[in-house]
Design a protein around this ligand. Structure first.
Ligand SMILES: Nc1ncnc2c1ncn2[C@@H]1O[C@H](COP(=O)(O)OP(=O)(O)O)[C@@H](O)[C@H]1O
Ligand SMILES: NC(=O)OP(=O)(O)O
Length: 313
């Protein structure tokens, strides 16, 4: 009998912001994944990459400033590096966790490219803020190169930062490789950071200056693999909304039509919770018997058993 497939979308809280933090934090994600494997699910993993791709882009831009022989890396290359860097820590942490439980299952990371539309309106309205803070002068240089910048004031600092487009994922080029490995009983990490956004130009896949929202790609991946569950592991145990009186209301089990109504009424934040709910709907409404679960990393197992979390079905 075919096993149920679960696509796990790991959010930023699974990785932290620095190299040592990531190395340490992935062990918690590895435990959640191993629990699913132990329950006989076929597991496919995808993940966030915002802080990491920002760090890589910052490092390579600084390097190109120090040594003019090295040009700054395009965003698509930074995305590819983030997939490799995160996949490396994650696959090793999962491998160790499985071996410690007496389970032998190969785990591998696939460098994954995702098709985007050159006419996607997102290219004219960038939304993903990345990289270090810049001075006004540095921001002007970026704008002169054709890049978008935004002024930000936050706990981390203030100044200008790059802001780039987040186009919608249309297709996943390496999907057959993912399927082959999953069919062979292996664990796959794919389409990290929403996948490397590419524009198809004849036989060439040209990297786009963009970062795809990983929640949308997670739904695309889960749909293409015909998974039964799309599990978002974020930092909140349940999604919450504010009702008309301003009181916080946690969301548990929701039908897709109830979730769609909340989306239409504008209850979700455009950059944090809306992509998850919209992706959950995209996945659930595209096939029979599907569900999306949104919960925290710590509650992954309970979320899968619908003992907690926000469940959209
Ligand atoms: N109403 C809400 N319900 C749940 N989480 C919320 C809500 N509003 C904001 N958040 C925050 O949104 C974050 C999820 O967005 P994001 O950081 O983009 O996701 P990810 O965990 O996938 O990286 C959560 O960590 C949570 O702190
Ligand atoms: N690519 C992406 O959506 O990453 P974050 O979840 O870190 O923003």
């Amino acid at each position: 009998m075919e096993k149920d497939k679960v696509v796990v979308a790991l959010g930023r809280s699974a990785f932290g912001n620095t190299l040592p933090e990531q190395k340490k934090k992935v062990s918690l994600a590895a435990k959640a994944i191993a629990d699913l494997v132990a329950e006989n699910y076929e597991v496919i993993i995808t993940h966030s990459n915002g802080p990491q791709v920002g760090m890589i882009q910052t490092a390579l831009t600084e390097f190109s400033r120090i040594d003019p022989e090295f040009t700054a890396a395009p965003m698509s290359v930074c995305s590819a590096m983030s997939q490799g860097y995160i996949g490396y820590d994650l696959q090793n942490a999962i491998r160790t966790e499985l071996l410690n439980r007496g389970i032998f299952k190969p785990v591998s990371t696939i460098i994954t490219q995702v098709k985007v539309d050159p006419f996607d309106p997102a290219f004219d309205a960038p939304t993903k803020v990345i990289g270090r803070f810049m001075t006004k002068n540095e921001a002007e240089i970026e704008e002169h190169k054709g890049n978008y910048v935004v002024y930000e004031e936050s706990n981390a600092g203030k100044g200008y930062r790059r802001i780039i487009a987040s186009p919608y994922p249309i297709d996943i080029y390496e999907i057959d490789a993912v399927k082959a490995l999953v069919d062979a009983g292996q664990i796959v990490i794919a389409a990290g950071g929403g996948g490397i956004p590419v524009l198809e130009q004849g036989t060439v896949l040209k990297g786009a200056s963009a970062i795809i929202e990983k929640d949308y790609t997670a739904a695309k991946l889960a749909d293409m693999l015909n998974a039964s569950t799309l599990l978002f592991l974020t930092s909140a145990q349940k999604l919450s909304i504010e009702d008309e009186s301003g009181a916080k209301k946690e969301l548990g089990l929701l039908s897709s039509s109830d979730a769609a109504e909340l989306v239409d009424k504008g209850y979700f934040n455009k950059t944090t919770t809306l992509p998850k709910v919209q992706s959950a709907l995209n996945f659930v409404q595209a096939g029979e018997g599907r569900r999306a679960v949104i919960t925290s990393l710590e509650n992954a197992k309970d979320g899968m058993h619908e003992r907690t979390g926000t469940i959209i079905c």
